[in-house]
Design a protein around this ligand. Structure first.
Ligand SMILES: NC(=O)c1ccc[n+]([C@@H]2O[C@H](COP(=O)([O-])OP(=O)(O)OC[C@H]3O[C@@H](n4cnc5c(N)ncnc54)[C@H](O)[C@@H]3O)[C@@H](O)[C@H]2O)c1
Length: 349
């Protein structure tokens, strides 16, 4: 295939970033169609980027057989239905995380993906394509820290983005803090520790922004996870980080420790002024993961052209949804929850 023609659904905070990457920064790729339920968004995108087709109906976009691939950046509650429809219509599919908000829909999508093995399916766990996380994975594979047995993660959105978040959360059902925000860390934990989760205890509350409790969600939450082989995970997720977008990961092994993003620096500049020596912090996901968003899209288009599947699989989507859902259940019930593994019965340790 010479040129991969893509249609994107969802033109919001992340959809626009993906759309610009697809339209202007990926070789052998053409963004041929844009789709959103908001007509003004579609019109503006079509005009601004010179896109051939524009739709307010997803089903109509799927009737366009000029397209090769569909890129899904709509709210999380639509992912499963839209993935299924696109695969059944014969397209390659990239979907934003999470795969699904419930196990039933995630497992149904897995079946559909497995029925269409000649079509590429990729899930947007972009941190695996971030250069620092990829480097940490390489160090673990080389045995640099021995056997990794503990992971500690912070995934904190900036407090200054709270209005945008409230808008997003009111308009869309995102699945809550653990399925929406912590899901990236839950996926990284499985990737780095190379085991699956068995038990979860999650707690949280709405401390600075009580209005988040009205959405039956946590503003800040913590999950303690027991993995197979007695490995451990501590996950802190939140929406109220005063200093910026703080994504930090520590992986402790029998022979050493790796840390990614201990200070969530904006860049390599230090400002010396009346405040002292200041390292400014990252503003948000679009800034921190700019390279990773581009690299994951490049990988998806390469997979389509080279007729191969990416490393992030639909099973990663199912297993991270199972773990994220268990965190949500534990937070809501106050109980210790056993993760419902769809693939194997948990072993005794
Ligand atoms: N990988 C990441 O780091 C990351 C970061 C942010 C968001 N996300 C994910 O991306 C997805 C979109 O998030 P966002 O922040 O861009 O949301 P958003 O609310 O800013 O944008 C959603 C877009 O989808 C459109 N839309 C809504 N319902 C639709 C429907 N039924 N059919 C077609 N289009 C529809 C809206 O008009 C809007 O254009 C979510 O699933 C979210 O979890 C991932």
């Amino acid at each position: 295939m010479k040129m991969v023609k893509v249609g994107i659904v969802g033109l919001g905070r992340l959809g626009r970033q993906h759309a610009e990457n697809l339209a202007f920064r990926i070789p052998n790729c053409e963004l041929s169609a844009v789709c959103s339920v908001i007509p003004e968004e579609v019109e503006q995108a079509q005009k601004e980027w010179g896109i051939k087709y524009a739709y307010t109906s997803y089903d109509e976009m799927l009737n366009n057989k000029e397209l090769d691939a569909i890129f899904i950046a709509s709210p999380s509650g639509f992912h499963c239905e839209q993935i299924e429809k696109a695969l059944n219509a014969g397209f390659h599919v990239f979907s934003e995380k999470p795969l699904g908000l419930y196990m039933e829909e995630a497992l149904r999508v897995q079946e559909v993906v497995n029925k269409h093995k000649d079509q590429v399916f990729m899930l947007g766990f972009m941190r695996r394509y971030d250069k620092s996380y990829a480097y940490a994975k390489k160090k673990i594979e080389e045995g640099k820290i021995g056997e990794p047995y503990l992971i500690r993660c912070y995934g904190l959105d900036p407090a200054k983005a709270i209005n945008g978040f409230m808008q997003f959360a009111k308009n869309n059902y995102s699945g809550g803090l653990f399925l929406d925000m912590a899901i990236h860390d839950l996926d990284l934990a499985r990737w780095f520790l190379n085991v699956e989760a068995k038990q979860v205890w999650a707690i949280g509350g709405a401390y600075g922004y009580p209005e988040i409790a009205e959405l039956n969600d946590a503003e800040t939450g913590t999950a303690l996870v027991k993995f197979e082989q007695n490995k451990m995970g501590v996950f802190v997720a939140g929406r109220n980080c005063a200093h910026g977008y703080h994504i930090e990961t520590e992986i402790i092994g029998t022979k050493g420790t790796l840390r990614v993003g201990t200070i969530p620096e904006k860049n390599m500049v230090t400002v010396f002024d009346e405040s002292g020596a200041v390292k400014e912090c990252s503003d948000g996901f679009l800034e921190r993961f700019e390279q990773a968003y581009l690299s994951e899209v490049e990988e998806f288009i390469s997979c389509v052209r080279e007729k191969r599947q990416p490393n992030v699989t639909v099973e990663d989507g199912v297993l991270s949804t199972a773990l994220g859902y268990a965190c949500k259940e534990s937070f809501e019930t106050g109980e210790l929850i056993t993760v419902q593994s769809p693939y194997k019965v948990p072993s005794s340790n």
